[in-house]
Design a protein around this ligand. Structure first.
Ligand code: FMN
Length: 251
């Protein structure tokens, strides 16, 4: 599977919360594991570990029971949460493309025995399995999302930002704002008050990586590349209620 095929699932995917608890067959598990090893990193220098485990290896506080979970751990370096969001969203779309349901689980925690097998920091869980509900959305109108003008300075149809708009986020908060300036997209993340920050800061950074993944897939779809840069001018631009994260250059 190359990234071009993932793009079409941006407009179809949805979070699946009801699973057939029968384990997936070995072939399917094998292709998921192989795919996990091919996902593109956002930053080359951060080590990430994705483990495909079974039902009993996760203590799920929100009780979404699935036959399998992917546990993601990472080296704790600058940008690591956004990096994980970028990588795991490729897996989320891949699963959707092979007919398997999935759901990000910010509240999921791996069991102690799994945690001690990794020296990296645990970041997040993705539930997966055969869906007991319709797997795909049939129409973009089924997505509950902010309008494009609420998430960017662009007020007309823009295929790149339309893909960003459909990205999933924790509690569907859609914490992103993109300022487009030619081929540069400056990414900003919402600033939370102190109470909300405790709950959402980590998730918001993961969400930003998911949105950037959708931007990248839309760029690849139009035969362009994406480069992550720091833009001093954008960094210095004050956008009320938001913090500058990074700039994506699409060429
Ligand atoms: C980082 C992250 C954490 C999430 N955590 C949970 C969770 O703990 N429980 C849950 O039911 N859904 C969770 N979700 C799913 C979101 O609620 C869902 O993506 C959002 O409401 C948009 O819906 P959609 O994915 O169906 O388009 C999470 C999503 C993300 C991106």
């Amino acid at each position: 599977m190359d990234q071009t095929n993932l793009y079409e699932f941006i407009t179809k995917r949805k979070s699946i919360r009801k699973y057939d608890l029968t384990p997936l067959d070995q072939d399917t598990l094998g292709s998921i594991t192989s795919y996990m090893h091919t996902v593109k990193p956002l930053y080359d220098s951060i080590q990430v570990d994705m483990k495909l485990v079974s039902q009993n290896d996760v203590n799920n506080l929100l009780s979404i029971n699935a036959p399998h979970y992917i546990i993601v751990s990472s080296e704790k370096k600058e940008g690591y949460l956004t990096h994980v969001g970028f990588m795991l969203q490729q897996v989320d779309l891949f699963l959707s493309s092979i007919g398997i349901g999935s759901c990000w689980l910010g509240m999921g925690k791996p069991s102690k025995s799994i945690l001690t097998t990794s020296e990296l920091e645990f970041v997040i869980v993705l539930a997966l399995g055969k869906s007991k509900e319709p797997l795909h959305r049939m129409n973009i109108s089924e997505f509950k999302r902010k309008p494009i003008e609420a998430i960017s300075n662009v007020h007309e149809e823009d295929s790149l930002l339309s893909a960003v708009r459909l990205a999933p986020s924790a509690t569907n908060s859609q914490p992103w704002y993109f300022i487009r300036s030619g081929d540069r997209f400056h990414a900003y993340c919402i600033k939370n008050n102190m109470v909300k920050a405790i709950l959402y800061e980590k998730m918001n950074k993961i969400d930003m990586g998911i949105a950037i993944c959708h931007l990248w897939l839309a760029a690849v779809h139009t035969h362009k590349n994406m480069k992550c840069i720091q833009d001093m001018q954008a960094q210095g631009t004050l956008l009320s209620g938001y913090t500058y994260l990074t700039t994506l250059q699409i060429q």
